[in-house]
Design a protein around this ligand. Structure first.
Ligand code: ADP
Ligand code: MG
Length: 403
């Protein structure tokens, strides 16, 4: 997939509406994880270098078309200010002061944007305070377009949504993908298009249902698929094993069998755990035990893959040319059940010559907890977007930028 790039547009002295993904976690009015803000800095810096008037816009949380005080972007503006100042300083640029506006459309915002100078940086208020954003309302898109001369989308995490700021507005202004979007697309394309072999896909997490498209498109393509997390439980039950009180999706048993059959058809090895960590209660455990997966009792809940499985998965990852990972191997939020997830993270970090890519909200926080983010080829800023991309689905925010 080839997207229009920053080199296709002229920015000098022009107002650029830049859709970024600043949907960051907040606590006590402060940004607690600035990964996504940092990921947008290369594009913003490049636009400053090229003399643009920069108008940044993002959503935050789910305010659902209403003004929600806790979802205002002021803490984001503060974090952006210091990160951007440091980034520009490194390049001998700046300084700039990020101006934060109280809304994202309307006469006041239009007037402010009309009077910007080159290198000014403005952050608009949360797009989702207006219902027109998620509805991709043409009028709302028109109001956004009225602020600028050109449009850049660098919000990979929102690219699977056809919203006014990710899709609608791209029809109304000369448009291009930012550097982060280009980088995401390049890294993920390297997994699905002509990957270095063997290609290993590691899937886990809570449910199959959100990931069935990834299984369906990756089983034919991959050499091996390693399944952990609660997702594996549904496969166990589909095979007739006792899963006790483990989290299982009963509506997905047929699907799980169909995936195993798909694996046989394509000679793709689908590796399920051989042992697991069981507990009485994954939320409030009072006992834990390692068991082979075929010897569970009624009262057991699977909370993690076991040590033999961690080793087996690690060996496959170690031999891989390409690894894509989504979904933790266990309830890693609890240290007692984090070993399997950490083992996968470390095995990927150790696979130095492999192209290693991680996507997914909890998976990325697991990678950060393991301290290996900088040892992987690519850590995606998009959860749902990275999965849909890997599954070969159309991402409306990208399609509209295609060359
Ligand atoms: P991601 O956000 O990386 O896409 P998911 O949202 O699919 O991942 O799944 C993450 C969640 O799956 C984690 O919060 C983890 O606690 C949960 N999980 C993993 N294994 C199990 C399990 N065996 N039982 C219950 N929950 C699990
Ligand atoms: Mg998640």
């Amino acid at each position: 997939m080839k997207l229009k790039s920053l080199n296709d547009l002229d920015f000098d002295g022009r107002r650029v509406l830049v859709r970024v993904d600043f949907n960051v976690p907040l606590a006590d009015g402060k940004v607690t994880d600035d990964t996504r803000i940092a990921a947008a800095l290369p594009t913003i810096t490049e636009l400053v270098r090229r003399g643009a008037k920069i108008i940044l816009c993002s959503h935050l949380g789910r305010p659902k078309g209403q003004v929600v005080e806790e979802a205002r972007l002021d803490p984001v503006a503060a974090a952006l200010n210091s990160l951007l100042t440091a980034a520009l300083d490194k390049e001998g640029l700046g300084p700039v002061q990020v101006a934060k506006l109280g809304d994202c459309v309307g006469p006041g915002v239009e007037e402010f944007c009309a009077n910007m100078n080159a290198d000014d940086v403005v952050l608009l208020e949360n797009l989702r305070f207006h219902a027109g954003e998620e509805a991709n309302d043409p009028n709302f898109a028109k109001q956004l377009a009225a602020l600028a001369d050109v449009y850049v989308n660098d919000a990979f995490g929102a690219a699977h949504r056809a919203h006014a700021s990710t899709e609608g507005v791209a029809h109304l202004l000369p448009a291009a993908a930012g550097l982060l979007v280009q980088q995401e697309v390049a890294a993920l394309s390297q997994v699905t298009g002509n990957p270095k072999r063997p290609l290993t896909v590691v899937l886990g997490g809570a449910k199959i249902s959100g990931k069935i498209e990834v299984l369906e498109s990756m089983i034919p393509l991959a050499d091996s698929v390693l399944v952990g997390g609660a997702m594996a439980n549904t496969f166990f039950k589909a095979r007739g094993l006792e899963v006790g009180a483990s989290l299982v999706e009963d509506s997905m048993l047929d699907t799980a069998n169909r995936m195993l059959e798909l694996g046989r058809q394509h000679s793709t090895e689908i590796l399920l755990p051989s042992d697991c960590v069981v507990t009485d209660d994954v939320k409030q455990p009072t006992r834990t035990e390692i068991k082979p997966v075929d010897s569970l009792a009624r009262a057991d809940s699977i909370a993690d893959i076991g040590p033999a499985t961690s080793q087996a998965f690690g060996a496959v990852i170690g031999d891989a040319g390409t690894v894509f990972w989504n979904g933790p191997m266990g309830v890693f939020e609890n240290e007692a059940f984090a070993n399997g997830t950490m083992a996968v993270a470390w095995a990927m970090a150790a696979a130095k010559t492999a192209h290693t890519v991680v996507g997914g909200g909890e998976s990325v926080s697991a990678v950060n907890r393991a301290g290996v983010a900088d040892k992987l080829s690519h850590v995606s800023t998009g959860g749902g977007a990275s999965l849909e991309f890997i599954a070969g689905m159309e991402l409306p925010g990208l399609t509209v930028l295609a060359v």
